[in-house]
Design a protein around this ligand. Structure first.
Ligand code: DX5
Length: 223
């Protein structure tokens, strides 16, 4: 049986106003986010370019919330160096982007940070098995990464169950995050399938009342 944990809701500023990221951070805080997710993209691993280490550094300075950085980049190893001195955060990189994932996990830990790995919809859970005992988090993409505002793929529920089974098999301490397409109408099913954490972006910024958006999700999930 999955361990009972309080649901963690991460606010992603990706769907916020790119010319007013400070307000986007404040919106997530007012909405009651447990943490902030910063989506760094390089225009190569995914087609979009969001922001880089300067925004990560300033965000860590201006918020009291824990931060996680989701690296949608082709050479995540390089970003460990680029992010030097930007703050302490959970660093999530993509399994598909790294040819030496274990080395990068160890590098993140050596910097005093928590390692997470994200997997795209087409990557099977088993690709993570050897790494799981060393991970703090597995981030299951519910969409093709790079763009906010997409619809959650139905296969995500099966993927959550697969990852959960492997976490138990390997006695991994990793939590499970679902990122992409999370809304009040699917959050409960995602949690029932085994998700510990949900990342929400357009569910906050496209909500008629952003300050209420995450509270609405908590209400439907009952956590
Ligand atoms: C997508 C990002 C997500 C994105 C989610 O590439 O990793 O965090 O911000 O956006 P929504 O919640 O709109 O699907």
């Amino acid at each position: 049986m999955p361990q009972q944990r309080r649901l963690q809701l991460a606010g992603s500023i990706l769907a916020g106003d790119v010319l007013n990221l400070l307000e986007a951070i404040r919106v997530c805080e007012r909405a009651g986010a447990d943490l902030l997710q910063l989506d760094v993209s390089d225009g190569h691993f995914v087609p979009t370019i969001s922001f880089g280490e300067a925004v990560v550094r300033r965000t860590c300075e201006v918020t009291k919330l824990p931060v996680e950085v989701h690296l949608m980049v082709s050479r995540p190893e390089d970003w460990l160096t680029r992010m030097e001195g930007c703050g302490q955060f959970r660093m999530i990189f993509h399994r598909e982007a790294s040819r030496r994932a274990m080395g990068l996990v160890q590098g993140i830990v050596r910097k005093g940070m928590k390692p997470g790995i994200a997997i795209n919809p087409e990557t099977p859970a088993v690709a993570l098995e050897p790494l799981l005992p060393y991970l703090d988090n597995v981030c299951i993409m519910g969409i093709a990464p790079g763009f906010a505002g997409q619809k959650l793929l139905d296969y995500t529920y099966t993927k959550i169950a697969d990852v959960r089974a492997l976490i138990e098999k390997t006695r991994s301490p990793a939590t499970i995050t679902v990122d992409g397409g999370v809304k009040a109408d699917n959050a409960r099913r995602l949690v029932e399938a085994g998700a510990d954490n949900l990342v929400v972006s357009s569910g906050i910024f496209a909500h008629p009342n952003p300050d209420e958006s995450l509270r609405e999700i908590r209400r439907v999930v009952g956590s």
